[in-house]
Structure formats: C-alpha cells, structure tokens
Design a binder for this molecule. Sequence first.
Ligand SMILES: Cc1ncc(COP(=O)(O)O)c(C=O)c1O
Length: 372
Amino acid sequence: MSRLAREIGSDFHLPDRSAISAGSGAGRVLLSKGVVLCASGRDALHAAILSLRLTPSDEVLLPSYLCEDVMIPFVERGVRVIFYGVSSCLEADWEDIRRKVCPRTKALLLIHYFGFSQSSTITFMSQTYPEISLIEDCSHALLSRRDGAWLWGGADVSVASLRKLLPLPDGGLIARRPKCVSGGAPVVFRRSLRHGLFVGCRVAAAGLKGLWLRYPFFPKRLFRRLFSWSEGLLSASPKPARMSCLSRRLLCSADLEAVIATRRRNYAYLLENLQADETVRPLFPHLEEGVCPLGFPVLATDRDGLAQALIRERIYPPVHWELPRSVDRREFAEAWSVSDRILTLPVDQRYTLEDMRRIVSVLRSYREVPTE
Ligand SMILES: Cc1ncc(COP(=O)(O)O)c(C=O)c1O
C-alpha cells in the first residue's frame, strides 16, 4: 500500500468557505424549541447537574462503561458517583441498577453508545423508578432516529457533545422535558477568556489541518499540539459556557442528511466486507434503521497489534474508551473486557467507499486471511 495514501481518522479539519456557504442549512433542525446550545458535552453535563439541582448529598448512577469526561462534571460538583454494570454488548444491567438504587439516588445517566439506542433502559427506568431523573448522553447518537424522530428527547434531560459527529470547533446541547424546565433551575452561562482561547485554538488547529491535508509541507505536530492545548483549555474553562457564534453558523449550514447517509453507507460496507471472526469482530453486528453511527467499533483479541497495523497505513482508529481507574476491574469485568479489546474504525462523512476498501484490505492482511 502506498506510503502517501491519504490519512483516515483523527480530528476533523474545518470545512472550507465554499462548503459552508453551499451547505443545505439542514443543521438548523437541531435548533428546535427547548434546545440550549453549550460549548461542549461537558458544559451540557454541568448544565444538567445544575438544572436538576443535584447536590453533594445526592447520588447519581453512571454506567461502568464511560470516559472520564462524562464522570468529571459530577465529581467536580461533588455529586456521589455510583457505577452500574453493563453487558458485553454495552446494555445496562437492570438487576445491578435495582441493587444500587437507594433513597439518595436522584439521577441515572445512560449513554447511547456509538449511535445505537439504549431506549429499553429509559422505558425500564421510567416504569420502575419514575422519581429518579433520567439523563441520556446522546453525544454518539445525536443524528440517530427512532421511528422517524430524533433519538434524543426521550429522557428527562438529553445532553450531547456536537463535536463528535460534526466538524465544529466547539458545541454541546442540552434539551429538557417541560417539567424539568419549569421545576428545575434555569441554565445560566458563564463567559471566560479561557473558553474564547479554547475556540480560537481549535479553529487554528482545524484550519491548519485542512491546509496540511492539501499541502503537507509543514509538520503535523503544529496542529496536533494546538489540538492538545485546546483540550487543556476546555478542561480548565468555567462551565457551563455558551456555544460560539462560529460553531452556530457551521451547525446551521451543515447538511445533516448527507452526514447520516455517508456514515450509514460506510458502516454497511464494513459490515458486509469485514468477515468477522474471533480475532476481529464488530461490537454492533446489525445496522438498524435510523442509526447514525459514530464509527465502526470492533473487538480485537490483540487490539494494540491491530491498531499498529492500521496506523502503519495512516488509518487512525481511536479507543472508546480507556475506562477511569475508579471503575473497579473485578466488579465490572464485562466493561473492562470491552475496553481492553475495543477499537473504532472511522466511517465518517469525510470518507469514501475507496477509503473503506483500504480499511478492509488492511484488516485482511492483518489476519492473513487467504483471499479466495
Ligand atoms: C459520550 C460522551 N459524552 C460527553 C463527552 C464530553 O464531550 P466534550 O468533549 O464535548 O466535552 C464525551 C467526550 O468524549 C463523550 O464521549
């Protein structure tokens, strides 16, 4: 395979000006009544905690399969975090939830992993524990639908990071059911220089990456460093902050239906051509109607070996996720078993079927499957 094959994966670059002005404007549909736009998923989680008036005397149930960024807002606000188990296909363990609910439990958070719905847990919770507030994290499932309607909006509070699926410098969302708006605290945003610097840094990084993809005459580390600084600035900025005007503009111009169609097409191609076996297999082997996938997560027996084989061919698959240390390895063996083997193959709107063929071809040589 050519050394100059184009890079697949890693951070989004900024769309060029012509793409912004030519966009269909379909992204406006996310700006419906009741949706509040924030700077990031973490900002949306902070807004949710404040809105639900969670205090240090309250407990929140979080899934044992999560990233640190989801947990930190609760820890920073002093809310006691209790984990519940998930199965090997990341479904919530309802028996474990029953064991862990107590009078201090005020909220439960669930994550629609990789774009796939966890709505059965919403039904279970609202029927069994109607007094507990449900927060759904739709960061991976922002563009997924169920029975024709957006998946988000099914819980008391929906939160999402918009940067996972769309090329925006910043962005998050919180949508609350009317009873949570009237009974909860209003969302009050904070302004800060750090947030401004975070956005500026990401715009510079994403802009430089776009330039590098066309004219690779300067080192990648220039924009890699800016991306990494921007994450530090986001972590340190006061929350919740409002989404920047630039991201609002980009969101409004985004053609969401094209994003959804490309992601589904690429996912379907990998499903059809991957030839699953024990060494590498898809975590979600069915692409149901309405799902808009974040990526194509696979479980590999030698995850690090597979990652190296892909990186050698300029394909950069993220690990979603290294679990926080506070998730106990013995109690949550299923979650750790997924975390130790998972790798996400990129299928996003930047990539063509030719790119998917390259991924399949690297996987085939990695497993040394003789071609028929
Ligand atoms: C499921 C999920 N929720 C929330 C977040 C936080 O989003 P942000 O990075 O925009 O703060 C992340 C970040 O990776 C995430 O994966």
